[in-house]
Design a protein around this ligand. Structure first.
Ligand code: SAH
Length: 457
């Protein structure tokens, strides 16, 4: 007979943390039962309150640290514990890096079955704060009826008001504070998630850190946006570096932030930024790496692993606005990029034209559908680069990659668990992983980024 979980919701338990869970959480045991707790460090003894019980595990919230790890630190941010944004501020930066590297090793061993892989020391930041170039904050009302904008409290939809964020570019914070004040003064109705009423849902701000251009996106529940002329003129006056103000319409009951329709309120529909020597147009819907300093570190690694000589055909799958494709293009004969978001491909095409790269081609579609088509058309790349979202590559896509018989696969990953899974699958098809380079793209958070490369056997 299956054993009943030895804990129940609300129970306060003492737990020794022995390992890492995903996304910066710790794992411990209580009477042999697995407990996940956030904001703890392996080696610590803590008091925690059970918040969720499942068949095989439970989650608990930290109440008190009884025995602290020597690298535990006072978090810099005063609302660290309430805000879901960061998960590692209670750790010194070197310890964060050590744990991330360990996580990569563990996943490759546990999920991939790899034992003596060349996993290099993680590349961290010199200054692991104020690195983000993009902010998106929900608007709402607090129980006192005041307009707030900030972050959803950890695992909930209660909005915590936020004036500044320690990992955010200060200009983005300044725009958010300014727009919030304007919204209060102009009494613009904010969105209520439960009743699906009100107007202003989110504010997204993106800065091109090398061009100093700012894009402001006001996400609204429907096309109506009162006082838009005042909003536009005040934002322009306060932030002359703002080059683009967009209204995005999202009238669906959904957690997805952006709706389909953009209405240009002022300026250009894109802002520009550079990575290395290449200049990119970025529109509201396009993915663009959020840590500009580490993006170059990451892309340099991808370029190194691609080992191009100028003679190769390269495929960049999950290419976004074509950043990696164009970053390696000066060392390739032909580059083909594929991406599922049409706006991103429109940006990518414009970017290739602006950078006079007529040998770089882009196609919109699901990589797992487009790649087999390319294979049928006889496209035979020497190098395939993939950079999928957290869920990793589709097996259909990996089959198509292998069918193209490239010499190398360069795999950029934001999730070591799916990277290890896909590396195992590729190994079964004759592509052994040679090197893995973790890069810290998201200091203070539990996210881990890696670049790996696989060689045809
Ligand atoms: N390489 C780019 C983007 C990486 S993020 C960069 O470094 O900036 C992953 C990208 O994959 C996103 O742009 C997302 O829209 C895209 N994507 C997600 N699923 C996809 C699929 N099935 N086929 C193609 N692209 C996909």
């Amino acid at each position: 007979m299956k054993r009943k979980p030895p804990v129940q919701v609300g129970q306060v338990i003492e737990v020794e943390i022995h390992g890492q869970g995903h996304n910066g959480s710790g794992v411990g045991r209580y009477n042999g039962f697995t407990i996940f707790i956030s904001l703890v460090v392996p080696g610590e003894k803590v008091l925690a309150k059970v918040s969720l019980v499942k068949k095989n595990y439970a989650q608990a919230d930290l109440l008190e640290v009884i025995e602290a790890h020597e690298n535990r630190m006072e978090p810099r941010c005063p609302i660290y514990q309430e805000c879901g944004g960061c998960q590692s501020q209670h750790l010194s930066y070197p310890e964060q890096l050590r744990l991330k590297e360990q996580q990569v090793r563990d996943q490759f061993e546990r999920i991939g079955g790899f034992h003596d892989l060349a996993i290099h020391p993680i590349l961290g930041m010199e200054e692991p704060w104020i690195y983000r170039n993009k902010a998106q904050v929900p608007f709402g009302q607090n129980p006192q009826g005041e307009i707030v904008a900030g972050f959803y409290a950890n695992q909930s939809h209660e909005i915590i008001d936020l004036e500044s964020c320690y990992i955010q570019h200060p200009d983005n914070d300044a725009v958010i504070r300014f727009v919030k004040q304007l919204v209060r003064e102009l009494s613009i109705p904010v969105y209520h998630e439960k009743t699906h009423t009100g107007i202003l849902r989110h504010l997204m701000v993106r800065i091109g850190v090398h061009t100093n251009e700012i894009m402001v996106v006001l996400v609204t529940n429907g096309k109506k946006l009162p006082h838009k002329e005042i909003l536009v003129s005040k934002i322009r006056e306060a932030f002359p570096q703002c080059q683009s103000i967009v209204q995005n319409v999202n009238d669906r009951s959904t957690n997805v932030i952006l709706g389909k329709e953009n209405i240009l309120l002022w300026g250009r529909d894109v802002i520009y930024d550079t990575i290395g020597d290449v200049k990119f147009a970025i529109s509201p819907h396009s993915f663009f790496q959020v840590n500009p300093v580490q993006t170059e570190v990451l892309y340099d690694q991808a370029r190194k692993f691609a080992a191009l000589t100028g003679e190769e055909t390269v495929v960049d799958a999950y290419c976004g606005i074509g950043t990696i494709a164009m970053y390696v293009a000066d060392q390739a004969k032909q580059v083909y990029g594929v991406e599922i978001v049409p706006e991103a491909i429109a940006d990518a095409k414009e970017n290739a034209k602006r950078n006079q790269m007529s040998h770089v081609h882009f196609e919109v579609g699901a990589a797992e559908k487009v790649m087999p088509k390319w294979l049928n058309r006889g496209i035979r790349p020497e190098v395939v680069i993939v950079d999928p979202p957290r869920k990793g590559c589709d097996s259909e896509l990996l089959d198509a990659v292998v069918g193209m018989k490239p010499e190398r696969v360069v795999y950029v990953s934001c999730n070591p668990a799916t990277l290890a899974r896909d590396a195992k699958y590729l190994a079964e098809l004759g592509y052994e992983t040679v090197e893995v380079q973790p890069v810290d793209m998201f200091p203070q958070t539990g996210h881990v980024e890696c670049v790996a490369w696989m060689k045809r056997g």
